[in-house]
Ligand binder design. Sequence first.
Ligand code: PMP
Length: 365
Amino acid sequence: MTQRAYNFSAGPAVLPEPVLAEVQRDLMALPSDKASILEISHRGKTFKEIIAAAEANLRKLLQIPDSYAVLFLQGGSRLQFSMVPMNLLDEGHPSADYVLTGSWSKNSLKEGQKLGDMRIIWDGGDDNYTRLPADAELQVDPRAAYLHYCCNETIHGVQFRSEPASGDVPLVCDASSDFLYKPIPIERYGIVYACAQKNSGPAGVTIVVIRKDLLERSRDNLPSYLNYKVQAEAGSLMNTAPTFAIYVVRMVTDWLLNEIGGLEKMYAQNQKKAKMLYDVLDASDGFYAGHAQPECRSVMNVVFRLPSDELTKKFVAEAAEHDLTNLGGHRSVGGVRASIYNAMPVAGVETLRDFMIRFRDANAK
Ligand code: PMP
């Protein structure tokens, strides 16, 4: 079998090895069906059990009460940029508020603006998206349909430590790149959505947790697939669900519960991993310059620059020779990005840390 590298891809990203091993073992035939997960009906007993178990695991991990629905949808997080305004705007709430903290919140605003007269209540663009707003900087319109924000900006590497205050306005969160990295107070949210391909599974499914009273805002004239209420009533099985992706989400959430021991433990491990890398940045005399201000640093995506583009290229190439892969920063910001999601083992981050120290010692003037 091909040797696996430590893969720091921003997404689709590393999955827990025990999950990959189980997928491989059962891919030819599930014991219950003597057929592959790829070959069975989304309406059969086995798949119904799989999707119910995935939902139950998510409810347990995040302590999601019955007053919220959990949906498994397609179209990625990008479709949520449109589904949120399509479903939540109405005559009484014709506009929504957006907090811009990086590329992803800007992308969500762009889609929202096609559907409503959105208000930008904070924009970190002048600081090149290196910091996040304090609550005192956010003046939320009490009539807004919702307040949208992105809790972890995958490209800029800034991450909220807590939920922004939104008063009675439903808080909508793009949690694509840090979903399940720690416990969250779910009752603070109207909607949390996250594509699976970073922290909870493969590409192909997006998890939407929505407060049930908000389902009443979905109008009947929306296309059925794009209507949260229709999706909730159908248990995400209005059409053929992404069965394989949901199956893997079920296994990743099993892993979080049974092998990691829940989200508090996951969070402790994630903080430990991130600290290892940020400590190298801080001790490097400016050789590695972090993008985010220290108090806004992401625990999931560690983004930094080297003194020159040549050194950045050399760093990424030499790291790959040591089986530390996919460390190039996003094309829009350059530099280096180490995505250290839940499934990145501590040993992978230790190996990267040691490489960074050796590289600096060999290349700093
Ligand atoms: N939001 C964030 C924070 C992301 O990181 C991404 C993907 N990188 C998206 C949205 C878009 O997700 P998708 O490609 O599943 O539409």
